[in-house]
Design a binder for this molecule. Structure first.
Ligand code: SF4
Length: 131
């Protein structure tokens, strides 16, 4: 089989790029495994990490799990109406009436107190503290 210098160079470049990419992926996986193995309560320093919570609000279904998790993680009392994260529901009825509610901050989800056929548009807005 005879190949030109150009073809040889192309194949060589592809092999080198593929090998470098593979090595980078393997090293990254190895580092993440070490980091995960070292993650326990005794040597975990909360001050060295910044966590964020990113939500595509168009996809929010109002399940309230973010509000629940926030209370749990941040020790916000469950028996008090205090929230760092809560979820609001906006419903625009066909007669033009606008209904906005957030029962218990959305922690327990939402009930269906307005018949679906009376609603023109509805959506949820998670209010995340990002602390
Ligand atoms: S309520 Fe919170 S957890 Fe549930 S879908 Fe919306 S943003 Fe996500």
């Amino acid at each position: 089989m005879k190949i030109s210098r150009r073809e040889f160079t192309e194949i060589g470049c592809k092999v080198i790029i593929g090998a470098v990419t593979g090595i980078v992926i393997i090293i990254s996986l190895f580092k993440n495994n070490i980091a995960a193995a070292n993650l326990n309560e005794e040597n975990y320093d909360w001050n060295k990490h910044y966590w964020g919570f990113v939500v595509d609000s168009y996809k929010c279904i109002g399940c309230g799990r973010c509000a629940y998790a926030c209370k749990l993680e941040n020790h916000v009392p469950f028996d008090e109406p205090w929230y760092r994260t809560w979820v609001e529901r906006y419903r625009i009825k066909k007669d033009g009436e606008i209904n906005i509610d957030s029962p218990n901050g959305g922690v327990d989800g939402f009930n269906d107190d307005i018949p679906a056929e009376d609603i023109k548009k509805a959506f949820y807005v998670p209010k995340l503290c990002n602390h």
